[in-house]
Design a protein around this ligand. Structure first.
Ligand code: DSN
Length: 411
């Protein structure tokens, strides 16, 4: 590398070492390819391009238009959809643009509650969504599944203008058709936030909402393994026209064209047959890992998973989510604390942890590795007061991860 800034370089090196030496189980994280990283770091970062292809507020946008159209067209192909906006800086902004496009402030929205696996932008009181709109929530039943009859019941009672389906910590198939029927029953828009499962949908390993939802929002960096960012798509021309205006000039100015370039490159990778194989392995590993945890006495919400993640209720292990997260951090395992349905602990403390397999599957891990990871976590929790055993576990992990390198980013 040719960087001169020693302070920067030192932090970059430390973070690279951290990434290399960590078993990464945060369900929303992944490792982009070198091609995606290069596109993100490319000269497209130098360009302002407010507006959309062929309708910009700046000159010099010929190649910017080409790169944005490439991203749009690849996304259209991936999700078999007509209209796509790839300018969203984040999933939160994708949801914000969608609400602002179709609703008025204080309108009613029905979505999944945060403790059952919903997202901050699905109406949390501390988020713009909960402050500006009148959110009502559905959760999961006592087996950990969405109860669609209950969703219908709540919808009939509150008559929302919009129903949001999709979650950040829900491990089961989402029945978009059922959500459409409920939305039709009460005359509501249906929005599917597929941020977590976009990679599975793009490879036909989870049913697609395209036929059912009025609007679909997604991040691009989770199972989809692209750069950090988001997109919105729909098959409804009128809805799309509102979305376009809502994104720009509604809530964003200049799009990050270097990120859009990286989105284009990553969508190209998703179109390759090898990406489907990767997603199949993500699913297999999630099942192996959740089984391995259950065999060691851990309590998994809904007793398993259909996708890339699951949530462990740690109540029977007598450790909170935050303490487990910190403990595992200390032995180089990254997880995120997670609330569980009807959690009695705060969102900072929580009673659970969320585990996902996209990142370690990108590093080539398999069934045997999942058994080992479950063992390492079980032993860490069991021996949390024994510094010597924890030190040995960390040493084992440092040796173990060396066999599964992260992409070779820098020469
Ligand atoms: N914060 C993301 C996650 O970890 O799931 C969702 O935005």
């Amino acid at each position: 590398m040719t960087y001169q800034d020693k302070e920067f370089l030192s932090i970059l090196k430390e973070e690279k070492t951290r990434q290399e030496n960590t078993i990464e189980l945060i369900a929303s994280e992944n490792y982009v390819s070198k091609a995606v990283l290069d596109a993100q770091g490319s000269i497209f970062t130098n360009k302002y391009a407010e507006g959309y292809p062929n309708a910009r507020y700046y000159g010099g946008c010929k190649y910017i238009d080409e790169i944005e159209n490439l991203a749009i067209n690849r996304a259209r192909k991936l999700f078999n959809v007509e209209f796509v906006n790839v300018q969203l800086h984040s999933g939160s902004q994708a949801n914000m643009a969608t609400y602002f496009a179709l609703l008025n402030v204080n309108d009613k929205i029905l979505s999944m509650n945060l403790s059952s696996g919903g997202h901050l932008t699905h109406g949390s009181k501390v988020n713009f969504s909960g402050k500006l709109f009148d959110f009502h929530h559905y959760g999961v039943n006592n087996t950990g599944y969405i109860d669609y009859d209950n969703v219908l019941e709540i919808a009939k009672k509150i008559k929302p203008k919009m129903i949001v389906c999709g979650a950040s910590a829900y491990s089961r198939i989402i029945d978009f058709k059922k959500f459409r029927e409920i939305a039709n029953f009460v005359g509501a828009y249906l929005v599917a936030d597929i941020s977590h499962i976009a990679g599975l949908i793009a490879t036909n390993l989870h049913p697609s909402p395209v036929e059912y939802a009025d609007v679909i929002t997604s991040t691009t960096h989770k199972t989809l393994r692209g750069p950090r960012g988001a997109m919105i798509f729909t098959n409804n021309k009128d809805v799309f026209s509102k979305i376009q205006k809502s994104v720009f000039p509604g809530i964003q100015g200049g799009p990050m064209e270097h990120t859009i370039a990286a989105k284009a490159v990553s969508f190209g990778e998703v179109l390759l047959p090898s990406f489907k194989k990767y997603q199949e392995n993500v699913l297999l590993n999630a099942r192996y890992l959740s089984d391995a945890f259950m065999n060691r006495g851990f309590d998994i919400l809904s007793s398993g998973t259909d996708n890339h993640l699951f949530v462990i209720d740690l109540s029977n292990m007598h450790i909170s989510g935050v303490d487990a997260q910190n403990l595992l951090d200390s032995v180089n395992i990254a997880v995120s604390k997670s609330t569980i349905p009807n959690d009695t602990k705060s969102a900072w403390v929580t009673s659970g942890i969320r585990i996902g397999t996209p990142a370690m599957t990108s590093r080539g891990m398999n069934e045997k590795c999942m058994e080992k990871i479950a063992d390492l976590i079980f032993e860490s929790i069991k021996n949390r007061d024994n510094a010597k055993i924890l030190k040995n576990i960390k040493e084992t992990i440092l040796k173990f991860v060396k066999n599964y390198p992260i992409p070779d980013y820098y020469e």
